[in-house]
Write a protein that binds this ligand. Sequence first.
Ligand SMILES: C[S@@+](CC[C@H](N)C(=O)[O-])C[C@H]1O[C@@H](n2cnc3c(N)ncnc32)[C@H](O)[C@@H]1O
Length: 348
Amino acid sequence: MKMKSQKLSDFRIMNDNELSKKILPQMLSGIAFLAFPEQSQLLLSELKNRFAFDERPANVYGDLYYFEDKAAFLEKSAGKLPYWARTVMLEPFLLNFDSIGSAANHLKSLQRNWAPYQYTCFRRAQLIQEKLPYINLKERKFPVEIPQSQIGLYSLIDEHTLIASAATSSFLPAGTLHFIEDHENPPSRAYLKIQESLTMARLLLASDLPSSGSSCFEAGACPGGWTWVLVGLGASVYAVDRAELAPSLMNNPLVKFQAHDAFTLTPEEIGPVDWVFSDVICYPERLLKWIQVWLESGLTKNMICTIKMQGEIDWPLIAQFEAIPGSRIIHLNYNKHELTWMWKSIVN
Ligand SMILES: C[S@@+](CC[C@H](N)C(=O)[O-])C[C@H]1O[C@@H](n2cnc3c(N)ncnc32)[C@H](O)[C@@H]1O
């Protein structure tokens, strides 16, 4: 009997220790940025050139870059986060787990919504995701409304360890939004950019989507991917470019086309419009001046413009876009070497 009870208590002590090792997360003092696919260099260059943060990442997990000193980063960035991070693990921890169930249970105990970012152990991550409450990770059909609910991010770094954070910087799963593509009707793939911009303006600025009765002015519209989305929502579009749009749009009664330099038409010549768009390839300085003319005119309520980068990014200039009240800059999943500036009037 004596022998047996000793063994039992030994077993209990061992089991408790083991259990605490397996399910207790190790909080980390750092911060982890998830780069857009194949855009890690842009993230690293932004950290260095925008924030003067040139620490080397302590760990790199696929496109996820972990830096050890969050406090040092936040001090240098004045609390701002990089545009070229799809999402950010704001309070990362490591979790060592023995089974798929225990990993999922631990994440669930922290909050409902979790999305994976995987670069290894894909099957195991999928099994964990299946045990977590459902979130939509599929391609979305535009228009879609994204809820403002916190969504955690986790990534398996080996079979028994994950890095995760319940607090992240994006409401999108792993900062990712992809639409079901239409390979036949849009005149250019740029339509995906305006679909994402409008979705994000709705999410971040509470902008209403253009709809039947809305008026839009669009600079640099050819061949017409953005126009195609806007008229698809029922809006009318005054499109300006040096080159004509696709014939189906030129014949659309909701489209008025003018062959002109969009930047030399004044807001007064165009008249009041609900939305102003620009996807013109031009120097950011020129775009900023044009935006200021529109804002000063008071003749529009919403704007979405692509800031196209030419070589090295002029960060102080980007800060001037960011400083415009009521505006946001984001890097879209469908942006390349460019950022998207969006603005909604705060005056009703
Ligand atoms: C990237 S493309 C626009 C693609 C378009 N958003 C779409 O969805 O199909 C840029 C366009 O800007 C036009 N562009 C460049 N400078 C312009 C200017 N000053 N005024 C009007 N259009 C201009 C070009 O002719 C080109 O068609």
